[in-house]
Design a protein around this ligand. Structure first.
Ligand code: TLP
Length: 344
């Protein structure tokens, strides 16, 4: 069989030759002592790009979100977040389990936005029955909403509501570089009003492993301590950070190809009977395709596609998710479309 066409996620990207080269020659030290020069450089670079005081390197996006939430909140406080957010949906309820921080989910609209009035209404008062509100958590781009983007002014609106009520804001910016490309702005503009950001090197940016948390110096100090608590402090992590530095330098520039491929895929999926894509939500590198409920379920489609070498995840009973990335070419998108059109 030819090479598999893997559209399950941009997490499947393998390190580029330049990354492997940099990894092989990385200068390393024990990062728990703060002595890994490559990790230190990655953290400084990340903080600078995001326009924040400091950064810390963590193994995964999930851990980055967890240690950020733990570092913003006191045990027993409640976390406001979207009901389709990754933190709520895909992270094992970790802040509740590890930190004693219950979630208060609010409806995400079809673009991943929260209704400002719902956020205002959700903030708790002083009633002793209720858990005090500790944090507002946002996501940009929004994964389950199809890679949709919140604008800087939407973020400002929500941040202002939180800040005037004394609440910090954490942004799950796993794909913040995709958001910046869509908005044609700098990532630092998206990060400007939020107190912390977690962003991933290991998705569209192609690094094998790793995320960064950025924020104020004192906050990052707490993140470092919480990272230790959950076992995420790594030793000679410079071999990973070296790939991360290449990811930040080279990879944001080419994400537009993934966005163009997603547009093309979405437009042509819409021509296939029984498949429907809401084009307004196709903004970055994720395409959600809704299937006719009179036909087979999404798991059946993905199993059939697998037989012809195309990997796609089911994201619900009648929904498939396609994610474009640097390892999927336009020709492979064409092959995928042909395979979809001929499925039974
Ligand atoms: N998302 C993965 C799966 O977990 C669904 C994917 O394939 O899209 N925030 C967002 C918005 C994410 O999409 C992800 C990963 C994470 C956090 C977690 O990152 P990792 O996988 O590094 O823990």
């Amino acid at each position: 069989m030819n090479k598999l066409i893997d559209l399950r996620s941009d997490t499947v990207t393998k390190p580029t030759p330049a990354m492997r080269e940099a990894m092989a020659h990385a200068e390393v030290g024990d990062d728990v002592y703060g002595e890994d020069p490559t990790v230190n450089k990655l953290e400084e670079t990340a903080a600078e790009i995001m326009g924040k005081e400091a950064a810390v390197f963590v193994p995964t996006g999930t851990m980055g979100n967890l240690v950020s939430i733990l570092s913003h909140c006191q045990r027993g406080q409640e976390v406001l977040l979207g009901d389709k957010s990754h933190v709520f949906f895909y992270e094992r309820g970790n802040a509740a389990v590890v930190g004693g921080l219950p979630y208060h989910p609010l409806p995400n609209d079809r673009f991943g936005m929260l209704d400002p009035q719902e956020v205002i209404n959700a903030v708790r008062g002083t009633d002793i029955h209720q858990p005090p509100t500790g944090l507002l958590c946002l996501e940009n781009t929004h994964n389950r909403c199809g890679g949709t983007v919140l604008s800087v002014s939407q973020l400002e609106t929500l941040c202002q509501i939180a800040h005037t009520r004394g609440l910090p804001v954490h942004l799950d910016g796993a794909r913040i570089f995709n958001a910046a490309l869509y908005l044609n702005c700098k990532v630092s503009e998206i990060a400007a009003e939020v107190d912390s950001v977690q962003f991933c090197l290991s998705k569209g940016l192609g690094a094998p492993v790793g995320s960064l948390v950025v924020g104020r110096q004192a906050f990052i100090g707490r993140v470092r301590a919480n990272r230790k608590m959950v076992g995420g402090s790594m030793r000679q992590a410079g071999v990973l950070a070296a790939a991360g530095l290449i990811a930040l330098a080279d990879m944001p520039l080419r994400l537009y190809e993934d966005h163009l491929n997603a547009q093309y895929l979405a437009e042509n999926l819409n021509l296939i009977p029984g498949v429907e894509v809401d084009m307004a939500t196709v903004q970055t590198n994720i395409v959600m395709a809704d299937l006719d409920p009179a036909g087979p379920v999404a798991a059946h489609w993905s199993a059939q596609l697998k037989k012809v070498g195309v990997l796609v995840n089911a994201m619900g009973l009648y929904r498939l998710r396609f994610v474009t990335h640097y390892d999927v070419s336009r020709a492979e998108i064409e092959t995928t479309l042909k395979a979809m059109a001929h499925l039974e």
